[in-house]
Design a protein around this ligand. Structure first.
Ligand SMILES: C[S@@+](CC[C@H](N)C(=O)[O-])C[C@H]1O[C@@H](n2cnc3c(N)ncnc32)[C@H](O)[C@@H]1O
Length: 353
């Protein structure tokens, strides 16, 4: 079944939120003020200060931090009816961290850097994501649009959110998709997207949906759906027809490239989601991604599993990672630090925000 509609965002949790970026000074000041007023027994003022600080955190998709501040406010006797409205959103947000936390968080920095490098400030950017799951990568795109692309853009999220083809997932992912949890968390995550960003849900399998997009073009297409072969290759071929000249094709889970492996071994595992490399000291890879990307492009620019190529009139060109990237503040602090270390150690980005 195919559904194509804009997500009906329930903005009750963040209606009056201003742009979250660059507001850390306000955040510190408001949090300090809230604490001081609470300690002095000035509860109405404390409520207002804590509430404003919490809205800044929610707006920046810093869910764990927002949750902590709500708990702190309440434990110091400061409460607001709106805190209950935020609770559902904030409580469910960490569900996707549990999954994503096992994944290299630095990839989110590179994704946001792609938006920065594209430099579409002044015109709306259009991103197509094949494979959205719980929406963590959607939030990364949204934050990058807010920060680097004038806050105006569209994100098309393509996913069946259907467990019919669950052989390709690990157990907990299959369970989260089958139970509908992944879809619910995604819908919840859309509440944290700025008003200038339109999120369009494309519910279905890429084979069915991508042909229906003929005539549209996108600035970035992120390929992170089915990881098996030939599905990845098919996605790349279909996506190629939808990508603008100058745009980026990119994706996840390219731990090892085809030219670095024995092609026969990769082909023999083309229907396995993930395999360990013999003697690789625990190194594993996704054969379908390796095979699809290697067959379509040959070697690509890859950064810790995130791969990216720029489309030109003369074909695809490698991409040098430069410019600014955003740390994934919508993930727990330990992963934010892990991402910071990874990109700083690799010397890949000039500036990380
Ligand atoms: C690895 S997850 C995506 C993770 C997400 N991009 C993120 O980083 O948060 C893969 C997703 O692809 C979806 N998927 C699987 N087969 C698909 C297909 N044929 N077409 C589109 N999406 C598919 C699954 O439902 C799953 O949600």
């Amino acid at each position: 079944m195919t559904a194509n509609r804009s997500v009906d965002r329930d903005k009750s949790a963040g209606e009056h939120v201003q742009a979250g970026n660059g507001r850390h000074d306000d955040l510190d000041a408001l949090t300090g003020l809230g604490r001081a007023l609470a300690a002095a027994g000035e509860i109405p003022g404390a409520v207002e200060a804590f509430h404003k600080a919490i809205l800044i955190l929610l707006d920046a998709a810093m869910f764990p931090q927002a949750k902590r501040l709500i708990d702190e406010a309440r434990s110091s006797g400061v409460d607001h009816p709106a805190f209950d409205d935020y609770k559902e959103a904030v409580d469910s947000a960490p569900v996707f961290f549990g999954f994503q936390g096992t994944h290299a968080p630095e990839r989110q920095v590179y994704m946001s850097a792609a938006v920065h490098m594209l430099g579409t400030a002044g015109r709306p950017i259009s991103i197509l994501e094949i494979g959205t799951y719980m929406g963590a990568s959607m939030i990364t795109w949204a934050r990058a649009i807010e920060r680097f692309s004038g806050g105006i853009g569209e994100i098309y999220c393509l996913d069946p959110w259907d467990g019919a083809d669950s052989a390709q997932y690990d157990d907990h992912m299959a369970e989260d998709i089958q139970s509908g949890l992944a879809y619910r968390v995604f819908q919840n995550a859309t509440r944290f997207v700025g008003d200038g960003i339109k999120v369009t849900e494309l519910r279905g399998f890429s084979d069915d949906i991508l042909p229906t997009l003929a005539g549209m073009t996108f600035d970035i297409i992120y390929v992170d759906g089915c990881h098996l072969h030939p599905e990845v290759l098919n996605d790349l071929r279909s996506a190629d027809a939808l990508l603008s000249i100058g745009g980026f094709m990119c994706g996840d889970d390219l731990e090892v490239q085809l030219h670095e492996l024995d092609r026969e071994l990769v082909e023999a595992n083309a229907r396995n989601d993930f395999v360990l490399v013999d003697g690789g000291g625990g190194l594993g890879f996704h054969p379908g991604v390796t095979l699809g990307v290697g067959t379509f492009f040959g070697p690509v620019s890859a950064f810790g599993g995130f791969w990216i190529m720029r489309k030109t009139a003369e074909g695809y060109r490698p991409v040098q990672m430069r410019g600014k990237g955003l740390l994934p503040y919508h993930w727990p602090q330990e992963f934010v630090e892990q991402a910071r270390r990874a990109v700083v150690d690799a010397g890949l980005l000039h500036e990380i925000l």
